[in-house]
Design a protein around this ligand. Structure first.
Ligand code: SAM
Length: 366
């Protein structure tokens, strides 16, 4: 216990990059599932501390990447003077030897020659280019990494990222790997398939408990169902039954392939507006129907929502919950109105550049 406290004092904060709009869901996962303490959230970023640093940070599902915090600022000026600051902060504000040691607490020290990679992401109208900011960071890092380490363009053992968004910048050492955002199960994709971290957030919002039945009536490549099964496995509290289906045979084929790596899920080709399921059969419906601009026309989407909600209301148990990600929240709201579902939570997100809404709804008990 004493050692844990010492570690906590010495550990730098971590930060997670998150799909903008889902910071509160990621913060909940960090607090409840990881035992972390959230210090600050900003758009697309959650800064937190953990009592002990180990591989458990890699189990987070609602975030896209996790980093050791090196330095951060919200006072970039957009002018060339920022480049000097980036170099200085990188050079003098970070104990890079300690960063390397902490990185090895999550990833075993590689055999052979160490490799590193510097990554810069930049959003906003700065007078300097992304490349210039990257060079400033590289200058600041000069001579700080272990001698003999060589740069690598892919699969580097140690990655330092500089993330600039307007006047805010974060520099950190990446702890996560590609598989955090691109799950190993997801080998088959559909054009409108969800990012797994977003699907994981919807699953958390639905809050199904062991023994319950979760339905995705428009499952596409099966991302929501896979995330539900994986979350239940991770929590080891008991099985949650998942059912899914889709109108399109191609989508079903993708879902079958993806889900066979995750766990058993009955899948069917069906029309979500006329489900072959008994009434009051499921505890949760989690779904993202086609986006008006992507898969259907805006004129078709309202009537589709209406028929889909009528059917979901029939199969959902009293007190059951539904989580929908939609591009036309007002049309969904009017489809739900006749059934008196209670709106529990609404989260604004952007999907492929378009505004969208995740809504959590509860069907009345009686
Ligand atoms: C946005 S995609 C779902 C993506 C899925 N969540 C994923 O991550 O892959 C919408 C899906 O709804 C399906 N769909 C559209 N109308 C349907 C209907 N009436 N019944 C069942 N599925 C339908 C489409 O075939 C498509 O696969």
């Amino acid at each position: 216990m004493a050692r844990q406290r010492r570690d906590e004092d010495r550990l730098p904060p971590l930060f997670a990059l998150v799909h903008p709009g889902l910071e509160s869901v990621a913060a909940d996962e960090i607090t409840r599932d990881l035992g972390g303490m959230v210090r600050k959230t900003d758009r697309g970023v959650v800064i937190f501390r953990v009592p002990v640093l180990d591989e458990s940070v890699l189990l987070l599902r609602t975030v896209e990447d996790v980093f050791l915090f090196a330095w951060g600022t919200d006072a970039l000026t957009y002018r060339a003077v920022d480049l000097k600051s980036i170099q200085e902060w990188t050079e003098s504000e970070v104990d890079w030897r300690e960063m390397v040691r902490l990185h090895h607490m999550v990833h075993r020290k590689p055999k052979g020659r160490g490799t590193y990679r510097l990554v810069t992401q930049m959003i906003g109208e700065h007078v300097y280019r992304r490349m210039d900011a990257g060079k400033a960071m590289a200058k600041g890092l000069g001579g700080k990494l272990p001698p003999g380490w060589v740069p690598a363009s892919e699969n580097a053992g140690f990655e330092v990222w500089l993330n600039i968004r307007g006047s805010t910048a974060f520099c950190g050492v990446r702890l996560s790997e590609r598989t955090m955002r691109h799950r190993a199960y997801k080998t088959e994709h559909m054009p409108a398939s969800l990012r797994p971290s977003l699907a994981a957030a919807m699953v958390r919002l639905a809050g199904a408990t062991p023994g319950q039945i979760v339905l995705d009536p428009m499952c596409g490549a099966g991302t929501l169902l896979a995330e539900q099964i994986e979350l239940a496995k991770l929590r080891r509290e008991g099985r949650i039954t998942t059912w899914g289906g889709d109108l399109e045979p191609n989508a079903l084929r993708a879902a079958v392939t993806n889900l066979q790596k995750v766990g058993p899920t009955p899948l069917a080709q069906w029309d979500a507006t006329r489900l072959p399921l008994p009434s009051a059969a499921v505890d949760r419906v989690i779904s993202n129907p086609p986006f008006g601009k992507q898969l259907s026309t805006p004129e078709e989407i309202g009537p589709l929502y209406q028929k889909m909600i009528r059917e979901s209301n029939r199969v959902l148990k009293p007190g059951g919950k539904a989580v929908y990600l939609v591009s036309e929240p007002e049309l969904l709201r009017s489809a739900i109105e006749p059934y008196g579902w209670y709106p529990e939570r609404m989260l604004k997100v952007r999907i492929l550049g378009q505004p969208a809404m995740i809504g959590v709804w509860q069907k009345p008990f009686a």
